[in-house]
Design a binder for this molecule. Structure first.
Ligand SMILES: Cc1cc2nc3c(=O)[nH]c(=O)nc-3n(C[C@H](O)[C@H](O)[C@H](O)COP(=O)(O)OP(=O)(O)OC[C@H]3O[C@@H](n4cnc5c(N)ncnc54)[C@H](O)[C@@H]3O)c2cc1C
Length: 385
């Protein structure tokens, strides 16, 4: 596939990873991003062993290159009572791959540093037209011709309806506040990622980012809050006032300027296909949240985006003579897993959104062995060969 041209729309995790994969295969890549600068967010995230394996396949070591901190234990607490827990090692049991907590901006930098010479980055380009006849993408004044268009333009992708008109986004009815605390101010540290389920459909999670500090995330029902960060901080303090330690310590150690909030939506149902043949011998493919933004309760979206890109590389290597055939292989390889993860994420989100009695009762009723086997099956992805 020498001298083939790809356009990647969107430089999030999915777009960067796709650009890396394509440049390694010898494609010339135009990476179009609407933001002025390529940069990650000041947020912590969990990357499961599956995502860490995908990163490795891209040439990025999650702990060395992206400063990820291995998670030794995952815990789910039902108010102050331990409800379920499993060791991080269990998730990478086959090959010892850790799951990590990682600072999003560091992961982002690690990916940017792997972009090959054949990737041309074009910031401040808001793609608003895709020509499916003479395959190309661009805006009102510029156009990039392509043999392959990768739409990695996030959950609100205007490209998804072209491929999968029956897969809209659904409002999950919650907003997530996230805080990041620099190392010198971080409260007690531990190698666990913990999520506490409390009353009124609220949840609070926290984890350690090593030298990058500590992070937490608080899920509350309702929509985005219009108040200033100062008032939001006060509200969070009030909502979680009598929660078990160390919840209050994390909130108290965070400055209002270190808070972000995000409303939660997910794509449902997962598209029945992820690509469309276009421009004669070319094609368009959806990647990452643009294809399958899942409810974030199981922290899977970033890993899935990385897996998508690695699988695209595998499919293009396997069928170098035909982009449409490669994209058909890509769909067959990805769809079963994407559907499984999306279904489970939605189911867990629904349980967590039940009333106090429902969630507490279900958390008690669900056996540890079920949680562990589901977690292991989420993490068991290996790069295709
Ligand atoms: C509250 C919350 C917590 C989460 N926690 C985790 C976690 O712990 N672990 C995890 O793995 N995942 C987590 N996720 C999910 C994860 O953040 C996403 O799945 C992941 O970032 C998706 O990456 P992406 O590249 O597909 O999309 P995005 O990150 O949305 O990137 C899309 C890019 O496309 C650009 N773009 C959009 N439209 C255009 C256009 N028209 N032209 C040009 N550029 C365009 C955007 O500017 C952006 O840079 C969480 C999500 C939420 C909401």
């Amino acid at each position: 596939m020498q001298n083939r041209r790809a356009v990647v729309v969107g430089a999030g995790v999915a777009g960067l990873a796709s650009a890396i994969v394509l440049s390694k295969l010898g494609w010339r890549v135009a990476l179009l991003e609407r933001r002025e600068r390529l940069k990650g967010d000041d947020l912590g995230m969990i990357l499961w062993a599956s995502g860490v394996r995908a990163l490795r396949a891209l040439g990025v070591d999650a702990t060395l290159d992206a400063a990820g901190t291995p998670v030794e234990r995952f815990e789910i607490r039902n108010e102050d009572r331990l409800s379920s827990s499993f060791g991080g090692a269990m998730l990478g049991a086959d090959d010892g791959t850790p799951s990590v907590m990682v600072h999003n901006a560091m992961l982002y930098e690690a990916l940017v540093s792997r972009l090959g010479d054949s990737v041309e980055v074009h910031p401040a380009v808001q793609v608003d037209r895709i020509d499916m006849v003479d395959l190309a993408a661009g805006d009102a004044t510029r156009r990039w011709d392509a043999d392959l268009v990768v739409a990695a333009d996030g959950i609100d992708s205007p490209t998804r309806p072209l491929v999968a008109p029956g897969s809209p986004t659904v409002d999950a009815g919650v907003v997530v506040f996230r805080g990041i605390i620099p190392a010198h101010r971080a409260p007690e540290r531990s190698a666990e990622a913990v999520e506490v389920y409390g009353p009124d459909r609220r949840r609070f999670g926290y984890g350690d980012l090593g030298h990058a500090g500590a992070c937490w995330w608080a899920t509350v029902p309702g929509g985005m809050r219009p108040e200033s960060p100062q008032i939001q901080h006060e509200l969070i303090n009030r909502w979680f006032a009598d929660w078990p330690a160390p919840v209050g310590k994390y909130i108290a150690a965070t400055r209002p300027s270190e808070l972000t909030q995000q409303s939660v939506r997910y794509v449902w149902p997962v598209p029945g296909r992820l690509h469309q043949a276009a421009g004669g011998s070319g094609g368009l493919v959806l990647m990452g949240d643009a294809a399958h933004g899942v409810a974030p309760i199981l922290a899977q979206g970033g890993s899935l985006a990385l897996e998508d890109a690695v699988t695209l590389g595998w499919a293009l290597r396997r069928t170098p003579e035909s982009v449409p055939d490669a994209l058909a292989s890509y769909d067959r390889a990805r769809l079963p897993r994407l559907k499984r993860v999306a279904r489970l994420s939605r189911r867990v989100h629904t349980i967590a959104s039940g009333g106090r009695g429902v969630t507490r009762g279900l958390l008690r009723a669900v056996p540890d062995s079920w949680v562990q086997s589901q977690a292991a099956s989420l993490a068991d992805w290996q790069p295709p060969r």
